[in-house]
Design a protein around this ligand. Structure first.
Ligand code: FAD
Length: 407
């Protein structure tokens, strides 16, 4: 029996474990892997991630640049389907990078190494194979390590098992819907020409892959994380073979074919799913909270999920402390977690969902990017949107669209 058990030691589960430890709350943390371990991802960490790290370890984000695995990024380059490009710095006058690209092998290990063994009991190489409810309504997990199987009951399960989403799939039997899920492929390359000197990440929006994009995210020592992500309902409807399209783009896209002419793949492209935050529904229930990808919290436009995973882990730990104190693990009590998540993320996720739908119309996206490429005001507005999430609310302001159309 464990009062609190976390499934999954990605950013969401590790954040929950750190914040529980901060409150001196013992807990079990279970992962099917041991660290360091890879996770298929674009490896880009945004300012939201830096803020969460800063909340955990004040002053830590300033030191990240000294870690050779953390490659600084100062902005983003968007390329529209018609080739129009816009380069946007993350901040107007950057002193410190607002983002990094860091392999998840290193980033998750960096977080896991800081676990506090006084409060976290970690069970690595332990896979959750089944979930059931006990007569008291608590959750019983079946956990296998290859050699044997054991059962552990918990009063509160914080599910941070990522896209594998053990509560959703094994207990609730509610798979993610294709309209709110993207399919992604990731590879590593070196020798790509023209990587941005300030580490700008590059997103190529493509007429054959909407909504979605091909990316090049520069890393240390001239390497880059390269990938492709497309909404799963589009993949199914257009019968897209993601792997074939990935190699076709590298071979034939007017810009990419030149840039990849002398490039060398370091890994085979590997696929993984992205549960998007446009998915509706509660992220808690009787005796459980859903964090990170297990709670479908990825930004539907950018595909960014690490920041929301860390944030949701923090909020889950706060809710867990309240539940322990009140001795109340009911759905109605744990819904306080949903309220906190909604207060922080609902607007942001809605706006990103609108942007995702805009990007699904290549002609409209071409038009908008042409406008942005010619307007200093719009470029500054978008820069502001990276450094201040609240300023994304301008997308709700009709004046913004008037300036976009006629500015
Ligand atoms: C192709 C691709 C590119 C992406 N690019 C970016 C990007 O550049 N920036 C960004 O911010 N986000 C990106 N994302 C999203 C990001 O990877 C996720 O949002 C993030 O990893 C979510 O963290 P998490 O802790 O919720 O889950 P995860 O990181 O997936 O961690 C889940 C953990 O649960 C464990 N687990 C799973 N099932 C079980 C089980 N049955 N038993 C025990 N343990 C289990 C796993 O081993 C894993 O350690 C990308 C995603 C994909 C697929």
């Amino acid at each position: 029996m464990s009062d609190i058990l976390i499934t999954g030691a990605g950013p969401a589960g590790l954040s929950a474990a750190h914040w529980l430890s901060r409150q001196h709350i013992p807990h079990l943390l279970i992962d099917q892997s041991s660290f360091p371990r890879d996770k298929i991802c674009g490896d880009a960490i945004s300012e939201k991630v830096l803020l969460e790290l800063e909340a955990l370890w004040p002053g830590s984000s300033a030191g990240l640049g000294k870690n050779p695995a953390f490659h600084p990024s100062f902005g983003v380059r968007f390329v529209a389907p018609d080739g129009t490009e816009v380069q946007i710095p993350f901040k107007e006058n950057p002193e410190n990078p607002a983002g990094y690209v860091v392999p998840r092998l290193e980033f998750d290990h960096f977080l896991a190494q800081k676990l506090d063994s006084d409060y976290t009991t970690a069970l690595w190489n332990s896979r959750v194979t089944g979930l059931t409810k006990t007569e008291l309504g608590e959750i019983q997990l079946e956990i296998g390590n290859g050699a044997s199987t054991r059962r552990i009951t918990t009063r509160l399960l914080i599910d941070a098992s990522g896209e594998r989403a053990v509560v959703r799939k094994k207990l609730l039997r509610q798979p993610f819907s294709r309209q709110h899920f993207s399919a992604g492929l990731r590879s590593y390359y070196d020798g790509i020409r023209g990587l941005h000197k300030q580490g700008f990440i590059e997103l190529f929006f493509l007429s054959e892959a909407q909504p979605g994009y091909f990316w090049i995210f520069p890393q240390a020592e001239g390497r880059a994380n390269v990938g492709l992500g497309i909404l799963s309902s589009t993949v199914a409807r257009k019968k897209i073979n993601l792997r074939r399209l990935f190699f076709d783009l590298i071979a034939h896209h007017p810009e990419l074919k030149t840039r990849f002419a002398a490039a060398r793949p370091l890994t085979d492209p590997t696929g993984w799913g992205l549960p998007l935050g446009s998915e509706k529904g509660p992220r808690s229930g009787d005796h459980f909270l859903l964090c990170g990808d297990a709670g479908a919290l990825i930004d539907p436009f950018t595909g960014e999920g690490i920041g929301n995973a860390l944030l949701s882990g923090r909020l889950a730990a706060t809710q867990a402390a309240k539940a322990l104190q009140a001795n109340n693990f009911s759905a109605s009590f744990l819904a306080g977690y949903d309220s906190e998540l909604n207060a922080r993320l609902r607007d942001e996720l809605r706006i990103s969902y609108s942007l995702q739908r805009l990007a699904a119309r290549p002609w409209l996206f071409n038009f908008v990017l042409r406008k942005v490429s010619r307007s200093r005001f719009l470029q500054q507005t978008i820069t502001g949107m990276f450094s201040n999430v609240d300023s994304r609310k301008q997308f709700r302001n009709p004046l913004f669209y008037l300036r976009l159309l006629f500015g």
